[in-house]
Write a protein that binds this ligand. Structure first.
Ligand code: FE
Length: 212
């Protein structure tokens, strides 16, 4: 059986301070993310998905297998969406696409923050590319992932409380403000540029492979 492994953080645990603390990453990566990997491997034993890719599990599995598989993928993707050298703005083609879809970068950020703040309970807020090439912002509940709706993830923000409670307590909007200072726009742009119009999922696997 294919054993899934916990993706290494792309930076040291304290690298995102002061925006996200080492303590948060110690628990979020070392406990929460790790636990999804352990549970996924248990769930896979004897299942029809034993040798499936994570993307396959996301698209076709259900129940606990889906929840754990998706959470493994979502977290690996989320770590890569941030960098100690992040923040600022995207350039070139991605910036133009954001302007075309949302008006301008500030409007995009406002809409993303509003969506993330309003995302009820536990979930994820995403910048996605639609099959027609336009960008959109979507919220998903719990473990869910836009790949289920044939939307290409470009950027995600984890809005489960475990992502921010140590640093910001219940103030999710403050965490979103901090998140902007960390976004790795080069990673987001690489997801955007690698995905062919029409939603080529192999591009996503390439992006994910960077984190594995
Ligand atoms: Fe999380």
């Amino acid at each position: 059986m294919k054993q899934h492994e916990l993706a290494k953080l792309p930076y040291p645990e304290d690298a995102l301070e002061p925006h996200i603390s080492a303590e948060t990453l110690k628990y979020h990566h070392g406990k929460h993310h790790a636990s999804y990997v352990t549970k996924l491997n248990k769930e896979l034993e004897g299942s029809e998905f034993e040798s499936a890719t994570l993307e396959d599990i996301i698209r076709r599995a259900s129940g606990s297998l889906f929840n754990n598989g998706t959470q493994v993928w979502n977290h690996s993707f989320y770590w890569s969406c941030m960098s100690p050298d992040g923040g600022g703005k995207p350039d070139a083609k991605l910036a133009t696409a954001i302007d075309d879809s949302f008006g301008d970068f500030e409007k995009f950020r406002g809409k993303f923050k509003a969506a993330a703040t309003a995302n009820f309970g536990s979930g994820w807020t995403w910048l996605v590319k639609k099959p027609n090439g336009e960008l959109d912002i979507v919220n998903t509940d719990d473990a869910d992932n836009p790949l289920r709706q044939d939307l290409q993830p470009l950027l995600t923000c984890d809005v489960w409380e475990h992502a921010y409670y140590i640093d910001y307590r219940n103030a999710r909007p403050d965490y979103i403000d901090a998140f902007w200072k960390l976004v790795d726009w080069d990673f987001v742009a690489s997801n955007y540029l690698q995905s062919a119009p029409g939603g080529d999922s192999s591009a996503q696997q390439t992006a994910y492979a960077k984190t594995a």
